[in-house]
Ligand binder design. Structure first.
Ligand code: ADP
Ligand code: TRP
Length: 321
């Protein structure tokens, strides 16, 4: 089974990215042959600073390796090091109905925020389809916001297969329901674009300030809170503390007697400890960038070998041979 996912180099890794996508993806490396890449071509649709892209790309590589991606088990590479993916994108654009792209939620969201769209932003799902199809991927672990893109990939693949004969494997998205939408410090979906993130490898003081600043209601500590399971700090604590510990805090909040300040302090401590080992590993990796670059080079060679075969198959099927 081939597992594939990508992440854009668009800013600092946060709890939503980690629990929604990175952790499930890293766990899946034990279950099949995983291909994970840094989607630097995709980042060009919304980031226009070359230096920032270069720097973010390196940061994502460090994040993935520090969080447990094992290069012996997983093929890890930069999207643009496999340029065949852009050639396949062209083949796919010609079987992609305009209406399909016009219905894309993420495109419509961006337009409604007033972003003036470039053609790349509109064609974003077709490049993503090429990413997935060019490696004969079976399973695509992502957060819920990417589900529609994977469904569009399936539609595009089926259309190509119908038009030119069986060529592509039809992939399935994999979404972990319990972490499909990790909330941010304001209760909305945690996202870089909402400024409500808790970063994984950020500064300790800034993270403490963000967590202690989570707004709660004005009920006194003594009051019982039967809605404790909906409390934002409890929801986040469930991600970073052992189940028994989180349950204990939830019960105490529910019964009354636990103050919000103490709860947030506990959340900060558990969050900080949860990533302690990854933080140490990341510092070591950052001091050994030659190793990191070698990992990406080795990954590229393996990814490219597969991509070239699948592209050849698609070109032959469509009469480009
Ligand atoms: P952001 O919204 O911060 O820009 P990205 O769009 O770069 O995040 O998302 C990268 C990956 O992380 C995607 O697979 C996405 O589904 C997942 N992800 C992002 N935010 C969350 C969240 N709050 N909960 C669950 N998964 C998320
Ligand atoms: N669009 C994804 C995101 O923003 C990143 C991505 C690009 C991706 N290509 C992919 C994810 C292929 C899964 C499979 O998060």
């Amino acid at each position: 089974m081939r597992i594939l996912s990508g992440i854009q180099p668009s800013g600092a890794l946060h709890l939503g990215n980690y629990f929604g996508m990175m952790k499930p993806a890293i766990e899946l490396q034990e279950k099949g042959e995983a291909f994970y890449f840094i989607a630097n071509y995709h980042s060009m649709t919304s980031l226009f600073d070359a230096g920032e892209r270069r720097q973010n790309t390196l940061e994502v590589a460090l994040d993935f390796l520090a969080c447990g991606l094992d290069p012996k088990k997983t093929v890890f590479f930069k999207q643009s090091d496999v340029p065949e993916v852009t050639e396949l994108t062209w083949l796919l654009t010609t079987v992609t109905p305009m209406g399909l792209l016009e219905r894309a939620h993420s495109y419509k969201d961006k337009i409604s925020k007033g972003i003036s769209p470039n053609h790349g932003l509109f064609a974003y799902p077709v490049l993503m389809a090429a990413d997935i199809l060019i490696y004969d991927s079976n399973l695509v672990p992502v957060g819920r916001d990417q589900k529609q893109h994977v469904e569009m990939t399936r539609d595009i693949a089926m259309k190509f297969n119908e038009t030119y004969g069986q060529t592509f494997v039809i992939p399935e998205p994999q979404i972990r329901e319990e972490v499909a939408v990790v909330p941010g410090v304001d209760g909305q979906k945690m996202s870089k674009s909402y400024g409500n993130t808790i970063e994984i490898f950020g500064d300790e003081r800034a993270a403490r300030k963000k967590i202690m600043g989570i707004v709660m209601d004005s009920r006194t500590p003594q009051e019982p809170k039967p809605d404790a399971d909906k409390n934002l700090a409890i929801q986040l604590l469930k991600l970073v503390a052992p189940a028994k510990v989180a349950k204990d805090f939830e019960d105490r909040l529910c019964a009354g007697g636990l103050g919000y300040g103490d709860l947030k302090k506990a959340l900060f401590e558990h969050y900080w400890n949860y990533f302690a080992a990854a933080r140490t590993k990341r510092v070591e990796l950052a001091a050994n960038l030659d190793y990191v670059k070698q990992v990406l080079r080795d990954g590229t060679a393996k990814a490219r070998a597969v991509a070239q075969q699948v592209l050849k198959r698609a070109k032959a099927a469509s009469g480009l041979d």
